[in-house]
Design a protein around this ligand. Structure first.
Ligand code: G3P
Length: 233
């Protein structure tokens, strides 16, 4: 399963790019607004850092406007995926952008039927919001299972991008179901890195090493010094 970070925050993105665990980025108008920066400059920085798909959302409500915005967003870089809302106008825009060779992600999906229609319109990705469904008293992960079953039944190649993830268990469940992508906020990805037994185990190893007064060999390596890893867009 691919792991995307659901943020436009450069330091957070850099942290996980450097760990080599990021496959892409999703943003939405709320996440972009939080960064308080000029849009194109911010996106240019993200595109420089991240090698995989970078999802940017349109803000028009009419399909004509979405198509125009989609073209402008796609012009920012070849890895841009244009997010359109799951509305009739959004589907029209997806159909047009697909014909124009621009990758799309249909966002704000809350039912298997919406996911089926998004795929028919030509979406490359569909984004069901499982956390918001959980919040509303539904079982969010159930629709991931249903969408994957439907897509498998008809060999649909639209990728299921599990969105609105709230905790690491959501990620495990999405991966067990075979979802193509999970996008998550930095705090969830950070929690996935950590385990208390790792910290306890590491402390014990280092204490024992120090007590024994041992030393690793120094100055023999011919390997080049590690440089901070900056990936190309
Ligand atoms: O970016 C879309 C989605 O992941 C938003 O999540 O937490 O605002 O429901 P959330």
């Amino acid at each position: 399963m691919k792991i995307f970070l659901d943020t436009a925050n450069i330091p957070s993105i850099k942290t996980f790019v450097d760990m080599g665990v990021l496959d892409g980025i999703t943003t939405n108008p709320t996440l972009i607004a939080k960064e308080n920066r000029e849009f194109v400059e911010l996106v240019t920085d993200i595109l420089r850092l991240v090698q995989g798909p970078v999802n940017l959302e349109v803000v028009s409500q009419e399909s004509e406007g979405m198509v125009m915005e989609g073209h402008d967003l796609a012009a920012l870089g070849p890895s841009v995926v244009v997010k359109c809302p799951m509305t009739g106008e959004g589907l029209k825009a997806v159909r047009r952008l697909h014909k124009d060779g621009i990758k799309t992600n249909v966002t704000l999906v809350f039912s298997p039927n919406q996911a089926l229609l998004a795929a028919k319109a030509g979406a490359d990705y569909v984004s069901p919001f499982i956390g918001r469904l959980d919040d509303a008293g539904h079982e969010g992960m159930k629709i991931i299972d249903e969408i994957l079953q439907i897509y498998r039944n008809y060999n649909i190649d639209t990728q299921v991008l599990v969105a609105s993830i709230r905790h690491p268990v959501h990620v495990v469940e999405a991966a067990k179901l075979g979802a193509h992508v999970a996008t998550m906020p930095p705090d969830v990805l950070d929690k996935m890195v950590k385990h208390p037994l790792t910290d306890i185990g590491l402390k014990r190893f280092l204490d024992d090493w120090q007590k024994a007064g041992l030393k690793l060999p120094e100055g023999r390596s011919t390997a080049p010094k590690a440089k901070p890893m900056v990936q190309r867009a």
